[in-house]
Write a protein of this length. Structure first.
Length: 262
């Protein structure tokens, strides 16, 4: 790619991917509402609110691919979710439509399906069961991506990320963990494919305890290498939650207990 845009680049995942994805493009354009620090070599920094349509058009212009990590990433009052995740998604897709349909990777979330019981194996064609307004906003994002594909041919991979962090930090993450390496590998595969359509992909490592079925994307050739099982002993030493604990009862873990924040 000539220019890859990473939104949410000042956030937890954005900071990691800003470094790791350097080889994917001549220029990485990093964007966030928060300060981004100085532009590194082969970088451009664009500070911008996703809810500002004109600013988003300028941010997207000239980009051949977009990794969309920006937005509210946990349960928050609706007004915050509305700006970052609903209006922000619409602005991003309108800008992509105006600027040549750069392929988009949308950071969706397991909280689109959080109310499924942990014992159930899931495929992406099953109905959503969001566990909060945040999860609902990610369902909106996936639906928006689908509509722009059907109407305009806009390609998007909606990656329902489990728990993407350096290492799993609780019992639930033995199934939901996505390592940074496996996420970076997935991003590479998505941008390298000649055509991707508009799939929903489970963003999860090769965890023995995973309940998410990615067999529909075997054509992508993504083979996650990490397995949270490596961490089982040290996690279990901290204590094993009982079956009634939301952490292990629901796919979305404790998000199911979040109130509607005002
Ligand atoms: P984060 O909260 O650390 O980063 C999100 C970034 O988006 C922040 O830097 C924030 O300033 C920016 N942002 C928020 N509202 C904005 C707005 N209106 N305009 C522009 N930028 C705005 O979240 P994290 O963990 O880095 O996650 C990145 C993405 O991946 C998020 O979309 C999140 O929903 C999704 N995700 C992450 C998971 C994880 O395990 N880290 C799991 C599932 C989904
Ligand atoms: C998410 O969607 C959140 O963005 C992240 O902070 C984690 O809490 C993750 O899900 C998870 O379910 O572990």
């Amino acid at each position: 790619m000539k220019r890859l845009l990473i939104t949410g680049a000042a956030g937890g995942l954005g900071k990691v991917m800003r470094e790791r994805l350097r080889p994917l493009a001549e220029i990485i354009r990093v964007s966030d509402i928060a300060p981004l620090g100085d532009a590194g070599e082969h970088e451009e920094c664009v500070q911008c609110d996703l809810a500002d349509g004109d600013a988003v058009h300028q941010m997207v212009e000239g980009c051949d691919g977009i990794l969309h990590l920006g937005g509210i990433s946990v349960e928050r009052p609706f007004e915050q979710i509305l700006g970052g995740n609903i209006i922000g998604m619409y602005n991003l897709y309108e800008a992509a439509r105006a600027h040549g349909h750069p392929r988009i990777i949308f950071a969706s979330s397991n909280h689109t399906i959080g109310f499924y019981p942990k014992t159930q194996r899931l495929t992406p064609d099953m109905p959503t069961r969001p566990d909060g307004l945040y999860g609902v906003s990610k369902c909106f994002g996936e639906a928006l991506a689908r509509m722009y594909f059907e109407k305009f041919g806009q390609e998007t991979a909606s990656v329902r990320i489990g728990s993407c962090m350096a290492a799993p930090s609780n019992y639930r993450m033995l199934s939901t963990w996505l390592s940074y390496d496996d996420f970076a590998l997935l991003i590479e595969r998505i941008f390298a494919a000649p055509f991707i359509d508009c799939p929903i992909i489970w963003g999860v490592s090769a965890n023995d305890a995973s309940t998410w079925d990615n067999s529909h994307i075997s054509w992508l050739g993504w083979q996650p290498r990490d397995n949270a099982e490596t961490y089982r002993r040290e996690i279990e030493e901290k204590g094993v939650p009982d079956g009634g604990d939301a952490l292990v009862r629901y796919q979305g873990g404790v998000f199911v207990n979040d109130p509607i924040y005002k």
